[in-house]
Design a protein around this ligand. Structure first.
Ligand SMILES: *Cc1c(COP(=O)(O)O)cnc(C)c1O
Length: 333
């Protein structure tokens, strides 16, 4: 994108949505609490792709995923009264743990609505961070309705996992750190569910490396972001069957979508088998544990879904929360 095209793209984002300035203030808010995660390189990955790959390792972030950034930023932005009343989130995954942990660090009570059949490890982690867990039956009850009722009864502020200005701005801080550390890139690959990480990363990329091409990567079985991106309106799909549990979203956000449409170049997909291969690559070659969803972006590069030959490529590894038994199962299979 040339400078003029870049300006036009940024101008096409409707007012009221986050900008790179919001990413900067989010970075300032989280600077003493979030880890500045390392950027890893691998000669094997470079040899396999013919490119120069830079892995931003958010599997080492607090609570094990980038979600801590957005959660902490969103809670920090609340009024003192809202902080006293507390926040509510519904999620069985990384957003729940991030909200509970970020709330604990800021002295803000948190209520997390989780399905009764959520993995015991995740329930225990959420409680361990001081979150009050409210269980619901995912087949008969509507978690959004429970969230609305709790927020009405107890004055709790609902913080959604991706479709929220302060969450998007917070998620953008990981890519900001990546560009600050390695300079400009030819491509940036981002794991994509509801698009919070992708939208925030795109804001940082356009500001810090304007020529960089930006790709979201989602599971093949749940390509709603790709369908939405290519058709120009948000497409809803049934819950996809994929091991990438952090990207089982059924539609992207009304706030993330316009930013994606303006700044992202395309959405790519990878198969579950490619995610397993990538998990194995990370363990064998780079000695790191990455959850299936966290492998999306790397899988696109390592499998040539997007050609990396001669390119400098940023890859956001989004998280590392995978149950050890499940990991062993994936690696054995
Ligand atoms: C939530 C999550 C994603 C997807 O993020 P969105 O902002 O919903 O696109 C990707 N990877 C991991 C590890 C996650 O927890």
């Amino acid at each position: 994108m040339n400078a003029q095209a870049q300006q036009d793209a940024l101008r096409s984002i409707p007012p009221g949505l986050p900008t790179y300035d919001d990413v900067l203030t989010a970075a300032w808010r989280i600077k003493d609490v979030a880890h500045r995660t390392p950027v890893l390189t691998s000669r094997t990955a470079d040899a396999r792709t013919g490119g120069k790959l830079f892995f931003k390792a958010e599997n080492f972030q607090r609570s094990g995923a980038f979600k801590f950034r957005g959660a902490y930023n969103a809670i920090a932005r609340l009024s003192p009264e809202a902080k006293t009343r507390g926040v509510v989130a519904f999620s069985s995954g990384n957003h729940a743990q991030a909200i509970a942990y970020a709330g604990q660090l800021q002295g803000v009570p948190t209520v997390i609505i989780m399905p009764q059949d959520a993995p015991a490890m995740k329930v225990a982690a959420t409680k361990g961070y001081g979150g009050e867990v409210v269980m619901y039956d995912r087949y008969t009850e509507d978690r959004e309705a429970i969230g609305r009722r709790l927020s009405a009864e107890r004055g709790l502020t609902l913080i959604p996992p991706y479709d929220h200005e302060d969450v998007i701005a917070g998620q953008g801080t990981a890519a900001k750190e990546l560009f600050e550390e390695v300079g400009s890139l030819d491509m940036l690959l981002v794991c994509t569910g509801g698009g919070g990480l992708l939208a925030g990363s795109a804001l940082a990329a356009k500001a810090l490396s304007p020529e960089c091409r930006i790709y979201g990567v989602e599971p093949e079985a749940g390509n709603d972001a790709q369908q939405s991106f290519r058709s120009g309106s948000i497409v809803r799909i049934p819950v996809p069957a994929t091991i990438a549990d952090g990207a089982q979203t059924t539609y992207i956000g009304t706030k993330t979508f316009p930013i994606m449409r303006a700044l992202v170049d395309d959405i790519l997909t990878v198969s579950d088998a490619q995610l397993v291969d990538t998990m194995r690559f990370f363990v064998e070659r780079m000695k790191i544990v990455v959850e299936p969803t966290g492998c999306l972006s790397a899988a696109a590069a390592l499998n040539g879904i997007v050609p990396c030959e001669g390119k400098r490529v940023g890859i956001i590894i989004s998280g590392g929360n995978v149950d050890p038994k499940a990991l062993a199962g994936f690696l054995a299979g």
